[in-house]
Design a protein around this ligand. Structure first.
Ligand code: ADP
Length: 249
């Protein structure tokens, strides 16, 4: 599905915190239809970069283009409306709602008609059918009536992805999707990301290098706020500068 057209481009992206440059003149180009990973040792600037791209932070310099449009000055909600969506943090999943209800709320948000939604039983039925479908897609078919708080950590992350998919993103940004996961969850979420990416673009920050190796078309390695290397896994993992950067991490 990958083609050469960039969907998300960062040019000279820079972020300074009180004189400390956390992200320093980063150029990044994510091709449409690919899975692109942002990696690097602790403190490399991955999270800052991610927050800049999703507009949770305002850059000190540079610009960000989404489908050719300059989104540097936009708010996260405006960027989301364009189809560039960051996966919800776990805290954004309503713990006491069931999986189905959580996805329904996301669908409601996407359609933006909350009043009709809560009023009409037939509308509710349509949303619930779609919500059930999305939950099945992420492997939560058996858990649609389970409250989020009762789901395992890995299944909560899957629910998070389902609520993100409900917003029908063209491009998904995943912040450490494997963080805190056990082996089985990692396998399940890896397969899920691959499926999700079949007709979408994915950019993820991820620490787990075997997951990165398995999923990524392109990897950008950051160190000290700068791009150290870029390419496929075979290319970057054999790069001596990358190996050096990871030593002592
Ligand atoms: P990574 O995600 O790669 O571990 P971060 O983007 O979290 O790296 O951090 C990069 C550098 O920027 C670190 O040295 C960190 O201490 C610093 N940093 C991040 N956020 C802030 C902040 N809000 N204020 C000051 N320094 C920050």
């Amino acid at each position: 599905a990958a083609d050469a057209v960039p969907i998300l481009v960062a040019e000279g992206l820079t972020k300074t915190f009180a004189g400390f440059t956390a992200v320093n003149n980063v150029n990044l180009s994510v091709r449409r239809g690919t899975i692109h990973a942002l990696i690097g040792p602790n403190g490399a600037g991955k999270t800052t970069c991610f927050n800049l791209l999703t507009k949770f932070l305002t850059p000190s310099g540079g610009r960000i283009l989404y489908k050719g449009e300059d989104i540097t000055g936009l708010k996260p909600a405006d960027v989301a409306r364009l189809g560039l969506i960051r996966s919800f943090q776990i805290s954004a999943v309503f713990p006491h709602l069931t999986a189905l209800e959580n996805v329904r709320v996301a669908l409601q948000r996407q359609r933006g008609n909350s009043f009709d939604f809560w009023r009409s039983k037939s509308v509710l039925g349509v949303y619930d059918a779609r919500a059930a479908e999305l939950l099945e897609d992420v492997g939560l078919a058996e858990f649609i009536h389970t409250r989020a708080v009762e789901l395992s950590y890995g299944r909560k992350r899957a629910l998070e992805i389902a609520t993100t998919l409900a917003l029908d993103p063209e491009m998904m940004l995943l912040d450490e999707p494997m963080a805190g996961m056990g082996h089985e969850d990692i396998e399940r979420i890896t397969a899920l990301i691959r499926r999700v990416a079949a007709n979408r673009t994915v950019l993820m920050v991820e620490h787990n290098l075997s997951v990165v190796a398995e999923l990524s078309d392109t990897i950008t390695v950051l160190t000290r706020g700068q791009v150290l290397a870029e390419g496929d896994y075979a290319t970057v993992s054999t790069n001596p500068a990358v190996q050096q950067a990871y030593m002592g991490d």
